[in-house]
Design a binder for this molecule. Structure first.
Ligand code: 5GP
Ligand code: MG
Length: 180
């Protein structure tokens, strides 16, 4: 896998240091709130496992799996393939995401969880590519790990055709890998 990587964008150490900082921010805001951490599968799993261990207070874990509906090409409609299992009424929810690009999936997930009666919903994303944001997307992120350029990255949970998720760092793929 390593030889398909053009450049390591974020090393394991950089990621771990930043997660420790995010953990302190989340502790300041949620230590006494028993938050529900909702992970958006599958890309988030590695970040999720590290992030929850940087939060040293009671919390509840839950997951959602969504995918974009490809029947119509225009809208980017989202489909819930697996919903959260917890009752979110009155709960404080923190969505954990691997990467925010166009913003469509997070905008959808955010509204979906609010509609379940959550007392509050905030967003924590490891990576943000602000240049990818689509018009009409108004989603605001509350906690961001790293702002990155508009390049396709893999590793630390992120895939290309389901590969590279288990790389321990975030890297940029060599163009010839796409062109194959
Ligand atoms: P959005 O709905 O914000 O456009 O997209 C978010 C989803 O697109 C992510 O959860 C991820 O699945 C995918 N995505 C966006 N940018 C990248 C990237 O650079 N690398 C990978 N592996 N997935 C990406
Ligand atoms: Mg994702």
């Amino acid at each position: 896998m390593e030889r398909d990587i053009k450049k390591v964008l974020l090393s394991q150490e950089q990621i771990q240091n930043r997660i420790a900082e995010l953990g302190r921010e989340l502790m300041a805001d949620y230590a006494d709130k028993n938050p529900v951490f909702v992970g958006v599968l599958k890309g988030v799993v590695v970040f999720y496992a590290d992030m929850i261990r940087a939060f040293n207070a009671p919390c509840q874990l839950d997951f959602m799996w969504i995918s974009s509906y490809k029947g119509t090409q225009s809208t980017g409609n989202m489909l819930v393939r697996q919903d959260v299992s917890a009752d979110l009424k009155g709960r404080h929810v923190v969505i954990l995401e691997d990467i925010l690009d166009s913003g469509r999936s997070l905008q959808f997930t955010y509204q979906h969880l609010l509609d379940k009666g959550a007392a509050s919903v905030r967003i924590c994303t490891l990576l943000d590519k602000p240049e990818g944001r689509k018009h009409g997307i108004t989603i605001q992120v509350d906690y961001t790990g790293f702002t990155i350029p508009n390049e396709f990255v893999v590793g630390y949970g992120l895939d290309y055709n389901e590969k590279y998720r288990n790389l321990p760092y975030v890297g940029i793929l060599k163009p010839e890998v796409y062109e194959k």
